[in-house]
Ligand binder design. Structure first.
Ligand code: ADP
Length: 664
C-alpha cells in the first residue's frame, strides 16, 4: 500500500479521499490555488502546496505543477477525484513517465471511453446495446441534419467530448436543428476544446440508471449494483439513489453483466461507471436499456453505493491502484436498504438556477441524521472559479420511504446564510408525490418545475423575529449587565421602534413595542401579536406567541438576515433607509449580470422593441450558458456591453428605455 498520496483536486472530493487515506494510515498531500489557500482540503492534508492562481487552467489543471509537487513531497501516487484531470489520459501518461502511480485506470482505457462516439462504436462491437443514432465522422451541418431526420425527431445532439450535461441540445424538429447544432458545438468548444458531435434518438420517457464497476490488475471485474440518477435538471443530476426503484432481479443482472462486459472490453482497472439510459415508456424492461457512456473515475454520487453495500470505494481504489486484487468477488457483494444523495448547491432555483457566490456566513449541516460530504466550512467563500457545491447530503434507511424521510428531515435542518442555495428546491423534490412513489424519469423536474421552485410566503412569526433581531432586541441575555437583560427597556431607547425589512422585494416597516421582561408586541399584517423570548442562544431563538412555543434560527450577515423556520430559509434585507429612494425604480428596467461571466451572444441593440421574456443576451459562466431575458415590454435604451466582454457580478449590461405613456 502507498505511504503518501497527492490529491489533485479540491472541495468535498479531496476531503473525502483524505478521510479514507487517514483511515488506512496513508499520508496526504494537498495542492491548492490562490483562491483556496484557506480551504478545508488544505487544512485537512498532512502537507499542502500552492500551485498557482485561481483559474483552473493555471492551477488544478497544470500537470507539470502537480508532478513537481509529487517530487517535492515524495508522494508515490495521485488521486484525481472527479472533474479536473481525472479523465485526462495525457496526465496519466505524464505520471507514468515520472514513475508516479495514478489512482485510476490506464491512459488507454480512458482514451477508449473518452469520446462518446468512439465509445459507442466499441460497445457495439462488444455486444453492449447503445442508443440508436449517428456517431460517425462526418460533421457537416447538412449531413447531420439529414441524419437527424433519419433517426426521427426528437433527437439529442451531444458534444462527443461532453460531460456534466454540457454541449447537449434536444431538437424537436428540423426547423430548430441548425441553431441547436451551433449551440452544442459552441459549448463543446468552450468546455472541452472539441466541437464535434453525435446525434441520438431522444427518448421521451427515459431513466438514467448507471452501474458501478470495478476492475483490478489481475483481470478481475465486478459490479456494485446500480444507481438511479433520473432526477435531473438540464441533464445534470440533482438527487441520486440506490438501488433503482422498481428494478427487477432480471434487469439488474442483465445490466450488471453488460456493464462488466463493457469494463472488460477495455481491460478496466479501478473504479468506473457505466451509464445506461432506460426507455421506460412501457415500464422498466430488461431489453430496453442502452449504453450512453462510461465515466472512468469515481462519480460524485458514489456514496449511495457505499451506503447500501457497506464498502468504501476510495479504499478499493487505493488497494487496486497499489496492485492488490479486488477486495471482494461478485458473489461476496450484496446490498442492504436504500440510500439517497442530494447535491446542495449555491444556486438560485427560482432565478433559473443561477449559480450563486457569497460567503457562508452561517452554515449548519445535519451531521447527525445524514452523511455529509463537504469541502467548505462556515466563513468560507463560494467563488465563481469552481463548482458551487456546498455539500452532498446522503441519507440511508432500511426502506426507500425511510431513507427519503431522512433526506427530507436533513434538508429541512440544513441552514445556509450568506448565499442562496437549492435546499428548498431539494426539499420540495423529497415531498413530490411522484418521486416519493418511485415514478422517476428525467423529465420529472421540468414538468413540475413551478411547483418545485415556489417559495412559501414568509410566516408572520419569522417576520416578527427578523424585526426583533434587526432592532438588536434578541441579543442573548448576559445576566450581569442589566441593560442587556432588559433589552427594549433601555432608558435611552424608545419603547416603540420600527424595523425596516425587505422581504421578497417588498419593504415593510414593522412596529415593535417593548413590554418589558423580553416580551414585545409586534405589529403584523393581522394586528399586533405578543412575543416572549424564552431563550436565545447564538441565533437560535426559542419564543412563545399565543400560547405556542417554537424555535427558529436567525442568522445575521453582511446584507441582512436569514430566518430558518419550519424547514425553510427566509432571507430578509435590511435596507439602508437613506438609499431607499434611489434603489426603488431601478428594478425591472435593467439587465444586470447575476454572476461573473462572458457575454457570449448579444441579440439586442439600442432602440429595439422587446417583449417581456424575450432572450436578449447569453452569459457564459462556469462553462454553462445562461440566457438573460427582457424584464418587461419596452424598448432597449442602452447597451453597455459587447459580445466577448468579460463582466463581473453586478455589471449593468443593458437598460430599457423609460416607459412613456404612449408605450404603456
Ligand atoms: P454527460 O456526459 O454530459 O453527463 P450523458 O450522455 O451522460 O451526458 O447524458 C446526460 C443525461 O442526458 C442523461 O442522464 C439523460 O438524462 C439525458 N440523455 C442522454 N442521452 C439521452 C437520450 N438519447 N434521450 C433522452 N435523454 C438523454
Amino acid at each position: 500500500m502507498f505511504k503518501k498520496i497527492l490529491i489533485a483536486n479540491r472541495g468535498e472530493i479531496a476531503c473525502r479521499v483524505m478521510e479514507t487515506a487517514a483511515k488506512l494510515g496513508i499520508r496526504t498531500v494537498a495542492v491548492y490555488s490562490d483562491a483556496d489557500a484557506g480551504a478545508k482540503h488544505v487544512a485537512m492534508a498532512d502537507e499542502a502546496y500552492s500551485i498557482g492562481p485561481a483559474p483552473v487552467a493555471e492551477s488544478y489543471l497544470k500537470i507539470d505543477a502537480i508532478i513537481e509537487v509529487c517530487r517535492q513531497s515524495g508522494a508515490e501516487a495521485v488521486h484525481p477525484g472527479y472533474g479536473f484531470l481525472s479523465e485526462n489520459p495525457d496526465f496519466v501518461d505524464a505520471l507514468d513517465r515520472a514513475g508516479i502511480a495514478f489512482i485510476g485506470p490506464s491512459a488507454a482505457s480512458i482514451r477508449a471511453m473518452g469520446l462518446k462516439d468512439a465509445a459507442k462504436a466499441l460497445m457495439v462491437k462488444s455486444g453492449v446495446p447503445v442508443v440508436p443514432g449517428y456517431h460517425g465522422d462526418n460533421q457537416e451541418a447538412d449531413f447531420l441534419k439529414l441524419q437527424a431526420g433519419r433517426i426521427g425527431y426528437p433527437v439529442l445532439i451531444k458534444a462527443r467530448a461532453g460531460g456534466g450535461g454540457k454541449g447537449m441540445r434536444r431538437v424537436d424538429g428540423p426547423q430548430d436543428f441548425a441553431e441547436a447544432l451551433r449551440g452544442a458545438k459552441r459549448e463543446g468548444e468552450a468546455s472541452f476544446g472539441d466541437g464535434r458531435v453525435l446525434i441520438e434518438k431522444y427518448l421521451t420517457m427515459p431513466r438514467h440508471i448507471e452501474i458501478q464497476v470495478f476492475g483490478d490488475s489481475h483481470g478481475n471485474a465486478v459490479h456494485l449494483f446500480e444507481r438511479d440518477c433520473s432526477l435531473q435538471r438540464r441533464h445534470q443530476k440533482v438527487i441520486e439513489e440506490a438501488p433503482a426503484p422498481g428494478m427487477s432481479e432480471e434487469m439488474r443482472s442483465a445490466m450488471g453483466k453488460a456493464a462488466v462486459t463493457a469494463a472488460r472490453a477495455i481491460d478496466y482497472c479501478g473504479a468506473g461507471t457505466i451509464e445506461f439510459i432506460a426507455d421506460v415508456s412501457e415500464g422498466l424492461r430488461a431489453d430496453r436499456f442502452y449504453f450512453m457512456e462510461m465515466n472512468t473515475r469515481l462519480q460524485v454520487e458514489h456514496p449511495v453505493t457505499e451506503m447500501i453495500t457497506g464498502e468504501d470505494l476510495v479504499e478499493w481504489q487505493l488497494r487496486v491502484a497499489s496492485g492488490e486484487p479486488l477486495p471482494k468477488s461478485q458473489e461476496d457483494l450484496s446490498f442492504d436498504g436504500w440510500a439517497f444523495e442530494a447535491r446542495l448547491y449555491a444556486e438560485d432555483a427560482p432565478k433559473g438556477f443561477l449559480p450563486a457566490i457569497g460567503t457562508l456566513e452561517h452554515l449548519a449541516l445535519p451531521e447527525t441524521s445524514a452523511r455529509i460530504d463537504s469541502g467548505v466550512r462556515a466563513g468560507d467563500d463560494i467563488t465563481p472559479y469552481y463548482d458551487p457545491m456546498i455539500a452532498k447530503i446522503i441519507a440511508h434507511g432500511p426502506t426507500r420511504e425511510a431513507a427519503l424521510g431522512k433526506l427530507l428531515a436533513s434538508l429541512e435542518a440544513t441552514e445556509v446564510a450568506g448565499c442562496v442555495t437549492n435546499a428548498g428546491f431539494l426539499a420540495a423534490l423529497c415531498r413530490h408525490a411522484g418521486f416519493a412513489g418511485g415514478e422517476v424519469d428525467t423529465g420529472l423536474i421540468d414538468r413540475d418545475l413551478e411547483e418545485l421552485i415556489a417559495e412559501p410566503a414568509m410566516p408572520e412569526d419569522a417576520i416578527a423575529l427578523a424585526a426583533l433581531t434587526a432592532l438588536g432586541l434578541t441579543r442573548p441575555a448576559r445576566g450581569a449587565d442589566p441593560f442587556e437583560t432588559l433589552a427594549g427597556w433601555l432608558i435611552w431607547s424608545a419603547s416603540r421602534q420600527f424595523a425596516l425589512l425587505e422581504i421578497a422585494g417588498d419593504r415593510r416597516d414593522v412596529e415593535v413595542h417593548a413590554l418589558g421582561n423580553r416580551r414585545f408586541a409586534v405589529h403584523l399584517e393581522d394586528g399586533a401579536r405578543d412575543y416572549a423570548l424564552i431563550e436565545v442562544d447564538a441565533g437560535a431563538i426559542t419564543y412563545e406567541c399565543g400560547g405556542r412555543r417554537a424555535r427558529a434560527v436567525v442568522a445575521s450577515g453582511r446584507k441582512g438576515l436569514t430566518v430558518f423556520m419550519g424547514g425553510h430559509a427566509y432571507p430578509v434585507g435590511l435596507p439602508d433607509t437613506l438609499s431607499a429612494d434611489e434603489e426603488a425604480g431601478a428594478a425591472g428596467d435593467q439587465l444586470i449580470a447575476p454572476m461573473p461571466g462572458l457575454v457570449k451572444v448579444l441579440t439586442a441593440k439600442t432602440g429595439d422593441a422587446v417583449t417581456k421574456g424575450q432572450p436578449l443576451l447569453v452569459l457564459e459562466a462556469m462553462k454553462m450558458e445562461h440566457t438573460l431575458r427582457a424584464p418587461r415590454d419596452g424598448a432597449i435604451g442602452e447597451v453597455l456591453v459587447s459580445e466577448g466582454d468579460q463582466v463581473t457580478d453586478g455589471t449593468l449590461l443593458l437598460a430599457l428605455a423609460e416607459e412613456t405613456d404612449a408605450a404603456a
